[in-house]
Write a protein that binds this ligand. Sequence first.
Ligand SMILES: [Ca+2]
Length: 526
Amino acid sequence: MIRVAVLSLLVCSWAGLGAAQRPNILFIMSDDHACNAISAYGGRLAEVAPTPNIDRIAREGMRLDKCFVTNSICTPSRAVILSGQHSHLNTVRTLNDAFPGPDSQTPNVANILQQSGYQTVLFGKWHLRSEPWGFDYWKVGPGQGYYYNPVFVSSTDNISYSPRRSSQSARTEGYYTDLVTDFALDWLKQRESDEPFFMMLHHKAPHGKWEPAPRHKSYLADVQIPEPASLWEDFSHRSEATREMGTSISNRLAPRRTMVNDVQKADWPAGSIDMTGMNEKEKTQAAYQNYLHDYLGCVKAVDENVGRILDYLDQAGLTENTLVIYTSDQGMFLGEHDYFDKRWIYEECLRMPLLARLPGVIPAGSVNDTHLCSNLDFAQTFLDFAGVVDAPEIKKMQGRSLRRIFTGDSPVPWRDAVYYRYWMHLAHHHIPGHYGLRDERYKLVFFYSLPLDANLGKGHFRPTTAGWELYDLQEDPHELQNVYQNTEYASVVKRLKARLLQLKQQYGDTDNKYPELMRVRNEHWD
Ligand SMILES: [Ca+2]
């Protein structure tokens, strides 16, 4: 009872909100789901592959158009969401770093909500290498998991969590996206407590390699998926740091991994293509069509299952008091710039979908295309909606609550730029280490192109060519013209470099501890 008394002091700290009015928080996150593949965001796929159930969240709530990930890769993004801290601070800079445990100094929003009286549960993809904590109950697929008949481990299984499948863990018959929704619905249906809940419902889809549910194997089979213009980009505008980096749809970057090669492999999961007799352009087009069909097939099951959850909230009378969030751990290239995968600072993977619904609080059908938001803000947003404003861990977080953005009251002043950093130099998809900023109009990036001390797993990753890029997003929203060398932008470059250093100072990610990085910086700064 003492704990409850203390907590009610905490929870009454904004707008006279009493404990009984604390909303449930349902956080639905898919993996690698680009805004371009959500019809609420418009775009070239909206008509051919609509997502009516996900769109319902936007229609009955808010669509945020400028939400950006701080480090566009799965495991680090999840750690940022839980901790409210940039990767260098929460220590999860790469896929190989484990999220710090309960004895660490790292905040965990689930734990804070649990301490404040929320029931906290987690279903689906965890991908954080260490055992989940801060949850009353969890049931997760270790590592990437399988689309068909996946393995799940739960907090009540008495099997110690491992990012790899344990020999003791059985496979569950069914399709991952359907199963995690079943688990979430089962838990909601058996819930007896009147305490509000915080549920993280994490889909594996549409992460590669793509395997649509059996019922979706012929989804869009006869449909020609529109190509992005930048599939055929001329890369001569790029800096030397990036011109021949990454993994491509076409065979442009072979012998490294390309989608043209992937989809010809006999064991390509959703079916391979015979490209005999095709010229290079035809191969690129065929690989793109195959990739998008598989990817959008996976999205289709996510959308259906979002619909199942929303319908249940309606039936159970929970809609009015549940903050529903839909997002993805980062964006994804769907052939733009001739890329697949993510990791780069470029818009298609920097941008995260963010849809939020809480009837009567978040205006229905609203759109925010002005405020620069981030996954760095999610933890503080949940805590703010939960009325938890005094927890000491909040002082360690680096984001801002989005509550007043969701409700339509602009907080003043808001940030003028977001800071980005990708650490996994050359690992997996051959992308150089880089950092940069994006403001309302521009994006400035420094490709320092060094592995530094990041935990990159197996392999030796050599330094590559460093370079700068600048994009004027007002004139060039698809980033097809790097204007860093254009003298008309000299004053912009100078101003943004100073701002970038300020952001690095503000977030505590200065370069001073890396002499090799300082050397590259000094050689390339001016
Ligand atoms: Ca991801």
